[in-house]
Design a protein around this ligand. Structure first.
Ligand code: HEC
Ligand code: HEC
Ligand code: HEC
Ligand code: HEC
Length: 219
């Protein structure tokens, strides 16, 4: 091996190493809080706790091929004299999240099975949403106008996700990428298929300097 070959070899190794994070440290569900493949009850799979390719539960609007048992909780809702939006029972993807995060349905209740492992600690939001940011509220131009200090979701542009380290970003209007069903949902702020690359709590964008809050609230 000539020294030139050695240098080329090193360069190839460096390229290979540089590519590694695109897999191991990527902005995906692998190794995240929602990667249950290490838990005995998952059968070693990741997606199955939440999705199935066949015989999915279609009872929740916009549920993507849903496989997890649903919560039947009637939640205590956020209310406030200064709110312009109307808050109803959680629907859409928020109802899916709460089917583990309200602590009433076991994590391993999916595919028709009844499980026995429940979510614990600070990740259990419980059945009272009165002390949580409101979800399943319609967020449109009319609400922004009525409120006077909300960004117009139809026009305000935002970039979510992370760049670098194998990350992926998405840019578009708030409506298109943070409220695809026209509502603020859990997934407006959190990415269920992600690791911690925006700081803690699987946030769709960093909340340093309250950047996440300031995306929608013009304060
Ligand atoms: C802990 C539950 C959970 C797990 C595990 C999970 N998902 Fe999801 N997935 C969701 C929820 C909730 C939504 C709808 C809300 C959203 O997109 O944030 C969704 C939406 C989707 C969508 C449609 C919207 C989009 O983002 O493209 C696809 C496709 C998808 N998941 C694929 C997968 C695959 C593939 C896996 C396994 C590698 C997986 N999911 C694992 C909960 C999960
Ligand atoms: C199949 C059950 C299940 C579903 C469905 C689910 N989660 Fe989770 N989630 C969990 C569990 C269990 C943990 C904690 C894992 C751990 O501690 O290792 C968790 C952790 C989290 C965390 C991290 C909390 C922290 O301490 O930083 C966030 C944020 C989160 N989930 C949000 C969501 C959102 C948003 C959705 C819906 C889009 C969702 N989850 C759907 C089971 C679920
Ligand atoms: C408006 C944005 C927003 C919405 C909507 C939202 N969250 Fe969060 N969530 C956050 C932020 C920001 C944090 C981090 C809080 C912190 O670190 O102090 C967080 C933290 C969490 C945590 C970690 C535990 C905790 O209490 O710190 C979980 C679990 C969680 N959220 C789940 C959910 C679920 C489930 C929904 C829907 C019912 C939801 N979130 C809706 C912004 C939001
Ligand atoms: C995706 C857009 C979005 C994000 C991100 C967001 N909010 Fe909101 N938030 C709303 C909307 C829409 C309302 C309903 C406002 C209304 O109807 O008056 C709301 C309501 C609220 C309210 C209740 C207002 C009242 O009058 O009672 C507070 C407080 C609040 N948000 C704080 C926050 C904080 C703090 C953050 C960051 C952790 C945050 N929001 C992130 C969209 C968002």
């Amino acid at each position: 091996m000539t020294s030139r070959d050695f240098v080329l070899g090193l360069a190839a190794t460096a390229v290979a190493l540089a590519m590694l994070p695109a897999v191991a440290g990527a902005d995906t569900i692998v190794g995240s809080d929602h990667d249950f493949s290490g838990d005995g009850w998952s059968g070693g799979e990741i997606c199955v706790a939440c999705h199935t390719p066949h015989n999915a539960d279609t009872s929740v609007t916009n549920a993507p091929l849903w496989n997890h048992s649903l919560t039947t909780t009637s939640f205590t809702l956020y209310s406030s004299a200064t709110m312009n939006a109307t808050v109803g029972q959680p629907d859409g993807s928020s109802k899916l999240c709460l089917s583990c995060h309200d602590g009433t349905v076991a994590l391993d209740s999916f595919g028709g099975k009844t499980g026995t492992s429940y979510i614990g600690g600070g990740q259990n939001l419980g059945t009272t949403l009165a002390n949580d940011h409101p979800v399943s509220i319609t967020y449109n131009t009319a609400l922004a106008t009525a409120d006077g200090s909300l960004a117009d979701p139809a026009t305000a542009q935002v970039t979510i996700g992370t760049s670098g380290n194998g990350g992926r970003t998405k840019t578009g209007s708030i409506s298109a990428i943070m409220a695809p069903d026209g509502k603020v949902q859990c997934s407006s702020c959190h990415d269920v298929h992600n690791t911690y690359t925006n700081g803690a709590s699987l946030l769709v964008k960093s909340n340093a300097g309250s950047a996440l809050c300031l995306t929608c609230h013009v304060k």
